[in-house]
Design a binder for this molecule. Structure first.
Ligand SMILES: NCc1[nH]cc(CCC(=O)O)c1CC(=O)O
Length: 303
């Protein structure tokens, strides 16, 4: 094979990420031609309803997986945090790239951080995970829905609909909006989505040649961390219906996983953390999920 076709969503962030992967693949495999196959997904088209209401994270993948099944693309690039905890049968993650900044960003044209917001300020985010953590820290805030791609969300902030919005640092940095980050919302007080900041390449699991080409970009440390975060989320029945947050960090051979389950309605949160060997990330994820459930996470998840 001399040409590798990568399916991608069409948002500016998705195109940046896929172009980044394409460039890395060209460097890893001189002589390989890499092309983008931009596709529209239902997740991108339906903007007037919450993701949870229209079917969840899988909506961003479906059209890309269908293109791979039809043989119109060889692989697909995703933000790993948008990838469901269990992949569709027949697909695998051939590579997980080194993680960028995992933190969330506080973005505002008038205020320096969450603590600086006045009473009853309007904060935009449609993420249940971000809403729950905002409620926990600042019960007075008015939480307002905010969907659309990163550029659209920034434009809505600038239009005056919100006093502040919360986005991922990684997306802002990739699109050149670093200067819009007024504060990083980070561990231990604030946790990101499982796998936030990590880019994954999905392939059909019946094509080892393509998987091998992509595997050149795999980062073992990131794969270990996101395996723990995703195992925790899976054990909590996590989907985007549930405000689950988690961050694993690796120090040598020791993996630390911090997890949180929140209630969007009233900001109740349960938190747990544990350490374990880097060789067994899934076991650590399950351990932290069980600690969260032991503190009543199920009641929060089931509403
Ligand atoms: N849900 C959309 C999405 N998916 C991944 C990112 C950011 C990039 C990343 O996490 O790698 C974003 C934007 C955001 O949450 O602000």
């Amino acid at each position: 094979m001399t040409t590798l076709r990568i399916a991608t969503r069409k948002s500016p962030l998705a195109l940046w990420q896929t172009e980044h992967v394409a460039e890395r693949l060209r460097v890893a495999h001189p002589g390989l031609t890499v092309e983008l196959v931009p596709l529209s997904t239902r997740g991108d088209e339906i903007l007037d309803r919450s993701l949870a209401a229209i079917g969840g994270k899988g909506l961003f993948l479906k059209e890309l997986e269908l293109a791979m099944q039809r043989g119109e693309a060889d692989c697909a690039v995703h933000s790993l945090k948008d990838v469901p905890m269990t992949l569709e049968p027949g697909f695998a993650l051939a590579a997980i790239l080194p993680r960028a900044d995992h933190a969330d960003a506080f973005v505002s044209n008038h205020f320096d951080g969450l603590d600086a917001l006045p009473q009853d300020a309007r904060v935009g985010t449609s993420s249940l995970r971000r809403q729950a953590q905002l409620r926990a820290l600042r019960p007075d805030l008015q939480l307002r829905d905010l969907r659309g791609n990163v550029n659209t969300r920034l434009a809505k902030l600038d239009g005056g609909d919100y006093d502040a919005i919360v986005l991922a640092c990684a997306g802002l940095q990739r699109l050149g909006f670093d200067a819009r980050i007024r504060a990083r919302l980070d561990a231990p007080g604030w946790l990101p989505a499982p796998a936030q900041g990590a880019i994954a390449i999905e392939t059909r699991d019946d094509d080892p040649r393509i998987a091998a080409l992509c595997a050149a970009l795999d980062d073992a440390a990131t794969r270990t961390c996101v395996a723990a975060e995703r195992a925790m989320n899976r054990a909590l029945d996590g989907s985007c219906h549930v405000p689950v947050a988690g961050l694993a960090t690796l120090q040598g051979e020791c993996l630390l996983l911090q997890g949180l389950v929140g209630a969007t309605a009233d900001g109740r949160c349960v938190r747990a953390q544990a350490e374990g060997p880097a060789q067994a990330p899934e076991a650590l994820g399950i351990e932290v999920a069980q600690a969260l459930l032991a503190q009543g996470a199920r009641a929060l998840i089931d509403g």
